[in-house]
Design a protein around this ligand. Sequence first.
Ligand SMILES: *Cc1c(COP(=O)(O)O)cnc(C)c1O
Length: 408
Amino acid sequence: MAEPSAKRSPAEASEEGFPHFATQAIHSGQDPDQWRCQAMIPLISLSTTFKQNSPAVLSGGYEYTRGGNPTRKVYEDCLAACENAKYALSFSSGLASCMSVINTLSSGDHIVCCDDVYGGTNRYLNRVVARMGITTSMVDCSNADNVAAAIKPNTKLVWIESPTNPLLKLCDIKAVADAAHSANKDIIVVTDNTFMSSYFQHPLDLGADIVMHSITKYMNGHGDVLGGALCMNSKDLYDKLYFVQYAVGAVQSPFDCYMANRGLKTLAVRMKQHQKNAFAVARFLEAHSRVERVVYPGLPSHPQHELACRQGKGFGGMVVCFIKGGLEQSKTFLSSLKVFTLAESLGGFESLAELPSRMTHASITQEERTKLGISDTLIRLSVGLEEEEDLLTDLEQALKKAVPDSLL
Ligand SMILES: *Cc1c(COP(=O)(O)O)cnc(C)c1O
């Protein structure tokens, strides 16, 4: 902590004006004017309010933490720089940041959204936002013509993800942004950049107006913070979203801002290693006799590999495979893993495996799952930072246990 600007003994302080115990306990040594230290690591400023020298004069730049907080500012400035953006705002979860974008819309407005969007975004748009008189068209955004065709006179927002979850389908961000903006220049194009992180993809450079992140995943990367963020270049959009952040209050706590700011420090090294391990896992599985098919944007076998090379600086750490057999084989495979942990979520340092049809995507109807290609043999892997050889050995032993020779 900072050195006090003037050293006073407790006795002197009480002589100066804190004669009673309760007052002393509250004020002695606490003068807000002393916080001018040169700590290398940002302070966690848990203060909800800040001293004003005269009414409405914010000498320290802050008033009340919902509207602004020093630890949050440090983190938001870092986020903006990482995303090649002028501005960033942080929220208490990825979905809270999504909600804050929707809060700029009005009843009667229309949204175009990619049909295999993150399940929580789908649920929010179709089961909460729909009740407020805002309609959403879910379309396959891997073809920008579908976006152009879905735009109506009252369309205000286009919401895309690339790559999508769990099938790692890509959207051509530039083509979608161009299609939306040429239909109506005021349409706001939002890209959920959670899967690629700021290290591998910069959607604002491709024409998107807002980048959204679930900080919970790669950006924080340590599985110990739930958070969301919005990044943008337009001052007008920033002002609108800052107003919503302040008015609605789904802000990130100072402690979580501190944690996520710390996570960003290793994003580059983590993403390089995630990708290196993901490549190894994807190539291993693609060559494996007990695996039907592998989906990884970095493999030439991915149908949009060329777009993946053009659009981002890398392919990320998520790998999807279809193992041979059926539900029973998937269950045995997942419960036999020892290094990969059977759990939802993604983007942390530890490797995770899950079965979308029964876990993350279980709330989608069977019919919809079939349409999207989410079968009971589709396994989603979030490849972590463990030693490559240990990951491959683990996959080998689990595949051997799960898929009998009779199915080869
Ligand atoms: C997890 C996730 C979200 C939601 O973020 P939360 O932090 O869980 O609210 C949104 N989009 C994608 C792609 C995600 O993976």
